[in-house]
Design a protein around this ligand. Structure first.
Ligand SMILES: [Zn+2]
Length: 174
Protein backbone atom coordinates (compact mmCIF):
# COMPACT_ATOMS: atom_id res chain seq x y z
CA UNK A 1 0.00 0.00 0.00
CA UNK A 2 1.54 3.35 -0.96
CA UNK A 3 1.98 5.63 2.00
CA UNK A 4 2.23 9.38 2.03
CA UNK A 5 1.65 9.67 -1.67
CA UNK A 6 0.77 13.33 -1.88
CA UNK A 7 0.94 14.88 -5.30
CA UNK A 8 1.68 18.54 -5.96
CA UNK A 9 -2.06 19.10 -6.04
CA UNK A 10 -3.84 21.04 -3.33
CA UNK A 11 -3.27 19.51 0.07
CA UNK A 12 -6.27 17.98 1.77
CA UNK A 13 -7.67 20.09 4.57
CA UNK A 14 -8.84 19.10 8.01
CA UNK A 15 -12.37 20.06 6.96
CA UNK A 16 -12.12 17.71 4.00
CA UNK A 17 -11.08 14.88 6.34
CA UNK A 18 -14.07 15.56 8.59
CA UNK A 19 -16.34 15.55 5.55
CA UNK A 20 -14.94 12.18 4.47
CA UNK A 21 -15.47 10.81 7.97
CA UNK A 22 -19.08 11.99 7.82
CA UNK A 23 -19.58 9.64 4.87
CA UNK A 24 -18.92 6.63 7.13
CA UNK A 25 -22.13 5.26 8.65
CA UNK A 26 -22.35 3.87 12.15
CA UNK A 27 -22.25 0.09 11.50
CA UNK A 28 -25.00 -0.43 14.08
CA UNK A 29 -27.25 2.50 13.19
CA UNK A 30 -26.68 3.35 9.50
CA UNK A 31 -29.01 6.36 9.79
CA UNK A 32 -26.23 8.30 11.47
CA UNK A 33 -22.53 8.65 10.66
CA UNK A 34 -19.58 8.10 12.97
CA UNK A 35 -19.02 11.84 13.40
CA UNK A 36 -22.63 12.31 14.48
CA UNK A 37 -22.24 9.35 16.81
CA UNK A 38 -19.46 11.32 18.47
CA UNK A 39 -16.75 8.68 18.38
CA UNK A 40 -14.36 10.79 16.28
CA UNK A 41 -12.67 13.17 18.69
CA UNK A 42 -9.92 14.75 16.64
CA UNK A 43 -8.11 14.81 13.32
CA UNK A 44 -4.40 15.59 13.47
CA UNK A 45 -2.10 15.93 10.46
CA UNK A 46 1.50 14.82 10.59
CA UNK A 47 3.98 17.66 10.17
CA UNK A 48 4.72 16.94 6.52
CA UNK A 49 1.03 16.48 5.76
CA UNK A 50 1.48 12.97 4.40
CA UNK A 51 -0.34 11.28 7.22
CA UNK A 52 -3.27 11.83 9.46
CA UNK A 53 -4.06 10.60 12.94
CA UNK A 54 -7.71 10.08 13.78
CA UNK A 55 -8.47 10.11 17.48
CA UNK A 56 -11.48 7.99 18.39
CA UNK A 57 -13.31 7.05 21.56
CA UNK A 58 -15.44 3.89 21.57
CA UNK A 59 -19.05 4.15 22.71
CA UNK A 60 -18.12 1.67 25.41
CA UNK A 61 -15.00 -0.41 25.93
CA UNK A 62 -15.22 -3.63 23.99
CA UNK A 63 -17.82 -2.30 21.58
CA UNK A 64 -17.61 -4.76 18.67
CA UNK A 65 -18.58 -2.07 16.18
CA UNK A 66 -15.44 -0.08 16.99
CA UNK A 67 -13.18 -2.36 14.94
CA UNK A 68 -15.49 -1.95 11.96
CA UNK A 69 -15.40 1.83 12.36
CA UNK A 70 -11.59 1.85 12.62
CA UNK A 71 -11.27 -0.21 9.45
CA UNK A 72 -13.75 2.03 7.64
CA UNK A 73 -11.79 5.14 8.64
CA UNK A 74 -8.49 3.61 7.47
CA UNK A 75 -10.01 2.54 4.18
CA UNK A 76 -11.69 5.87 3.54
CA UNK A 77 -8.65 8.04 4.24
CA UNK A 78 -6.10 5.68 2.66
CA UNK A 79 -8.02 6.12 -0.56
CA UNK A 80 -6.98 9.80 -0.40
CA UNK A 81 -3.31 8.77 -0.39
CA UNK A 82 -2.90 9.47 3.30
CA UNK A 83 -1.09 7.36 5.82
CA UNK A 84 -3.71 6.73 8.48
CA UNK A 85 -3.16 6.12 12.15
CA UNK A 86 -5.96 5.50 14.61
CA UNK A 87 -5.50 6.53 18.19
CA UNK A 88 -8.04 5.22 20.67
CA UNK A 89 -8.58 7.21 23.81
CA UNK A 90 -10.87 6.16 26.63
CA UNK A 91 -10.85 9.37 28.61
CA UNK A 92 -13.01 11.30 28.68
CA UNK A 93 -15.44 8.41 28.20
CA UNK A 94 -17.92 8.65 25.35
CA UNK A 95 -21.23 10.08 26.36
CA UNK A 96 -24.49 10.41 24.50
CA UNK A 97 -24.17 14.14 25.20
CA UNK A 98 -21.72 14.15 22.29
CA UNK A 99 -24.67 13.51 19.99
CA UNK A 100 -26.42 16.63 18.76
CA UNK A 101 -30.16 17.11 19.08
CA UNK A 102 -30.31 16.67 15.31
CA UNK A 103 -28.60 13.30 15.60
CA UNK A 104 -30.96 12.21 18.34
CA UNK A 105 -33.86 13.22 16.09
CA UNK A 106 -32.41 11.00 13.32
CA UNK A 107 -32.25 8.08 15.73
CA UNK A 108 -35.85 8.66 16.65
CA UNK A 109 -36.90 8.78 13.00
CA UNK A 110 -35.08 5.46 12.59
CA UNK A 111 -37.30 4.00 15.33
CA UNK A 112 -34.68 4.02 18.04
CA UNK A 113 -35.40 5.95 21.19
CA UNK A 114 -32.65 8.51 21.69
CA UNK A 115 -30.63 8.10 24.84
CA UNK A 116 -32.18 9.86 27.79
CA UNK A 117 -30.23 12.61 29.49
CA UNK A 118 -27.99 10.98 32.03
CA UNK A 119 -28.18 11.77 35.68
CA UNK A 120 -26.05 10.67 38.57
CA UNK A 121 -28.51 7.83 39.13
CA UNK A 122 -27.92 6.41 35.66
CA UNK A 123 -24.20 6.41 36.12
CA UNK A 124 -24.45 4.34 39.27
CA UNK A 125 -23.25 0.79 38.43
CA UNK A 126 -26.19 -0.84 40.20
CA UNK A 127 -28.77 1.27 38.46
CA UNK A 128 -30.32 0.78 35.04
CA UNK A 129 -32.04 3.50 33.09
CA UNK A 130 -35.37 4.20 34.70
CA UNK A 131 -38.22 3.12 32.48
CA UNK A 132 -40.24 6.22 33.19
CA UNK A 133 -37.63 8.34 31.44
CA UNK A 134 -37.49 6.26 28.27
CA UNK A 135 -39.65 7.82 25.61
CA UNK A 136 -41.31 5.80 22.85
CA UNK A 137 -39.94 6.95 19.45
CA UNK A 138 -43.34 6.41 17.84
CA UNK A 139 -45.78 8.17 20.13
CA UNK A 140 -43.54 10.02 22.64
CA UNK A 141 -45.21 8.23 25.55
CA UNK A 142 -43.06 7.63 28.60
CA UNK A 143 -45.28 4.71 29.56
CA UNK A 144 -42.71 2.12 28.48
CA UNK A 145 -41.30 -1.10 29.86
CA UNK A 146 -37.83 -2.56 29.56
CA UNK A 147 -38.13 -6.01 27.98
CA UNK A 148 -34.45 -6.87 27.47
CA UNK A 149 -31.16 -5.24 28.39
CA UNK A 150 -29.82 -6.30 25.01
CA UNK A 151 -31.44 -5.49 21.69
CA UNK A 152 -30.03 -6.29 18.24
CA UNK A 153 -26.64 -5.12 19.50
CA UNK A 154 -25.15 -4.78 22.95
CA UNK A 155 -25.50 -1.01 22.58
CA UNK A 156 -29.28 -1.12 22.52
CA UNK A 157 -31.90 -2.30 24.96
CA UNK A 158 -35.35 -3.52 23.99
CA UNK A 159 -38.36 -1.69 25.32
CA UNK A 160 -42.07 -2.00 24.81
CA UNK A 161 -44.44 0.94 24.63
CA UNK A 162 -47.50 0.38 26.81
CA UNK A 163 -49.26 3.23 25.07
CA UNK A 164 -49.03 2.35 21.36
CA UNK A 165 -48.06 -1.30 21.95
CA UNK A 166 -44.96 -1.32 19.80
CA UNK A 167 -41.55 -2.67 20.70
CA UNK A 168 -38.64 -0.31 20.16
CA UNK A 169 -34.94 -0.11 20.82
CA UNK A 170 -33.22 2.30 23.13
CA UNK A 171 -29.73 3.53 22.38
CA UNK A 172 -28.41 2.96 25.87
CA UNK A 173 -24.67 3.46 25.77
CA UNK A 174 -23.54 6.15 28.08
ZN1 LIG B 1 -45.56 4.35 21.75
Amino acid sequence: MPFGKMGASTPITTDAIWNLLKQIPDPEVPAINIVELGVVRDVIFSEDGSGVEVVMTPTYSGCPAMKVMEDDVKEKLSAEGLEVKIKIIYKPAWTTDWMSEETKAKLKAYGISPPPKLTFEHLHPLSSVKNAEVMCPFCDSKNTTLTSQFGSTACKALHFCDNCHQPFELFKCH
